[in-house]
Design a protein around this ligand. Structure first.
Ligand code: RUQ
Ligand code: CUA
Length: 607
């Protein structure tokens, strides 16, 4: 594997340049074009993982170039790799052919990204997926998570990846059953879920849940440092409306952030509290004092974000032009002294005047906040179509940068960790309008790369994104160690072979098993005879052990098409339901004689 010099300059080099520039009296800064130009053969310094929205995929970009590096299929099939075509990935995808992927979330160790896994939610079917960041393959899809409905708020990962947190956006009766919709306030339930992540394997399983009033939970953020052990969720619709939400759910001047003490909940669960619902222990916060408090926050909140030092909980209410900052010290004092503004639905509401540290006048339509390494915060403004930079502690607004157009999320490299990098920020804009060549009525979305290393934000470039990347995560490239090949010797997949001599056809009644080898530049066997009515299972092993030599296996007039990486085995099942000759071929360019890589299946008539 080649290691190339990263194009990012080390801080010392940057400081040297700054000094040289100051001495020469030349205020010349690198142009944005120079800053995003990664010359042929050089590598980007940063990975950006952007969710593909209802395309159900994850898009991997290189930063600063904005080059699309690859697509990782998660919830929908992808003929390029054969995801959703072979038996294993079909099983992973389960009953659904699509998913609505919103929030990529990197695994963490000690509050920093560890480069092991990327988690992402499927809102529509309340599922979470886990991508292995060595193979860049989806390894697990968990769910539908019991009792969770429309998993928008998730996955938000705790500092040591103990849990992925999630919540219901659309409340339903739990357990789900018929109730008249107008009994919503009494019979529908909001739910928070803690999904345990097994430390070695990453396997997910719902550990416990908390039944909440039927608000619409939206987003969450993990406590850090002093607030570690807590997770903060936003929700709109404290009106508990079930119809005409655009009016009915915008009546109250304030809604709530739910502060959830998951360490206390763990103890309650260990003590056997709560009730089992669909196999998961569900706690009732009105019976478990101390696990849930409500923080009043501005109207119709969307994002909630905890600063890297864990001292500030920032809520953005999209219908108020401020970012509301709650101080963690204030929160703990208010809890200790029972400084409540009464209760709501049986849950204590901390007094707003006591917990709030600042109302920062960021601008119109604030949605999400990210932080850098120098004590600044960046809030996205959907209505203003801008980002406001402000300072933690002084609460001063420092800078405002227009974006094109209508930003949703934004992401700082290392953004959800205790050590953000503070060089690049991505604005994930919902609208493209006039930014690119037209491609018909379906528009891409627009990402804008912003340099946040100086006092003022500097726009570096635009690049199109697909399927609406609600959110993205950026991680320094050196934290990820991509696999180049699968070790053939360690391949114990069903039907795997380790040499061409092991390839062959076996029959058991009408079930035919083909162990098929692919290696430059042929299939073995390449002439296969079966009988009409047979079910033929192909275990296709790529015997190559060189990087970048994937083979394909596609059967004409069928729905079979897979790509097999070096050292990998994939299994597909084909019904020989009519007599005739069926050519098959390598669908992935692999070598000079790729076009010769073909074979025939002859299906003999039954009578
Ligand atoms: S959302 S634009 Cu699906 Cu995270 Cu905020
Ligand atoms: Cu093997 Cu093309």
């Amino acid at each position: 594997m080649s290691t190339r010099k990263p194009t990012r300059l080390a801080p010392i080099a940057l400081a040297a340049i700054a000094t040289a520039v100051a001495l020469s009296g030349c205020a010349h800064q690198k142009s944005p074009a120079d800053e995003v130009y990664v010359k042929p053969g050089d590598h980007d310094t940063t990975y950006a993982f952007l969710s593909g929205g209802h395309s159900g995929q994850v898009w991997v970009y290189g930063i600063p170039s904005g080059r699309l590096l690859n697509v990782i299929p998660v919830f929908s099939n992808y003929p390029k790799t054969g995801y959703g075509f072979d038996e294993d990935s079909k099983k992973l995808m389960g009953a659904y052919a699509w998913g609505d992927a919103h929030h990529p979330a990197l695994s963490k160790t000690d509050g920093d990204y560890d480069g092991r896994w990327l988690f992402i939610n499927d809102m529509a079917h309340a599922r979470l997926a886990r991508i292995n960041l060595s193979s860049f393959q989806t390894e697990e899809i968990y769910g539908s998570i019991p009792n969770i409905s429309a998993l928008h708020a998730g996955p938000f990962i705790s500092n040591d990846s103990e849990y992925a947190f999630a919540a219901s956006r659309f409340s339903v009766p739990v357990p789900n059953r018929y109730e008249p919709i107008d009994s919503y306030k009494k019979t529908f339930d909001g739910m928070l879920a803690a999904i345990r992540i097994e430390p070695k394997t990453g396997h997910m399983k719902a550990a416990f849940e908390v039944k909440m009033p039927p608000m619409d939970f939206d987003l969450a953020s993990a406590g850090k440092g002093p607030s570690d052990g807590w997770e903060f969720f936003t929700a709109y619709n404290t009106e508990l409306a079930h119809t005409n939400l655009e009016v009915a759910a915008s009546q109250h001047q304030q809604d709530f952030i739910t502060a959830f003490n998951w360490k206390a909940a763990e103890k309650a669960v260990a003590a056997g509290h709560g009730t089992m619902v669909n196999g998961v222990r569900v706690l009732d916060p009105t019976q478990e004092p101390g696990i849930v408090y409500l923080l009043a926050t501005s109207k119709s909140p969307h994002g909630v974000d905890v600063s890297p030092d864990g001292k500030w909980v920032v809520g953005a209410g999209k219908l108020a032009p401020i970012a509301v900052v709650h101080g963690w010290d204030n929160i703990t004092k208010a809890i200790a002294s029972k400084d409540f503004d009464g209760t709501w639905q049986g849950i204590p509401v901390l007094r707003y005047k006591s917990t709030v540290a600042a109302e920062v006048p960021v601008g119109l339509g604030p949605l999400h906040t990210q932080f850098d390494d120098k004590g600044y915060a960046y809030t996205s403004l959907f209505v203003d179509s801008a980002i406001t930079k402000w300072q933690l502690g002084t609460w001063k607004v420092i800078d405002k940068l227009p974006v094109t157009y209508n930003i949703g999320h934004l992401n700082v490299e290392g953004g959800n960790t205790v050590h953000p990098v503070g060089h690049y920020m991505l604005a994930l804009n919902k609208m493209t309008k006039d930014r690119f060549l037209g491609t018909g009525p379906d528009y891409p979305t627009n990402a804008q790369l912003i340099d946040i290393s100086g006092e003022k934000m500097r726009l570096l470039q635009d690049f199109p994104t697909m399927g609406e990347p609600h959110y993205g995560e950026m991680i320094p490239a050196e934290k990820i160690k991509p696999l180049e090949i699968y070790d053939l010797k360690a391949n114990h997949a069903a039907g795997a072979i380790h040499a061409q001599s092991e390839a062959g056809v076996t029959r058991n009644g009408q079930l035919v098993d083909v162990k098929l080898a692919t290696i430059r530049t042929h299939f073995a066997p390449d002439n296969i005879e079966v009988r009409e009515g047979d079910t033929v299972t192909f275990h296709v092993t790529n015997l190559e052990q060189d990087a970048n030599v994937a083979h394909g296996f596609a059967i004409d007039d069928s729905n079979i098409d897979i790509e097999i990486a070096p050292g990998e085995t994939k299994t597909v099942v084909w019904k020989a339901d009519k007599a005739g000759i069926f050519p098959f071929y390598c669908s992935n360019f692999c070598s000079a004689l790729h076009q010769e890589m073909q074979g025939y299946i002859a299906v003999k008539p039954a009578h």
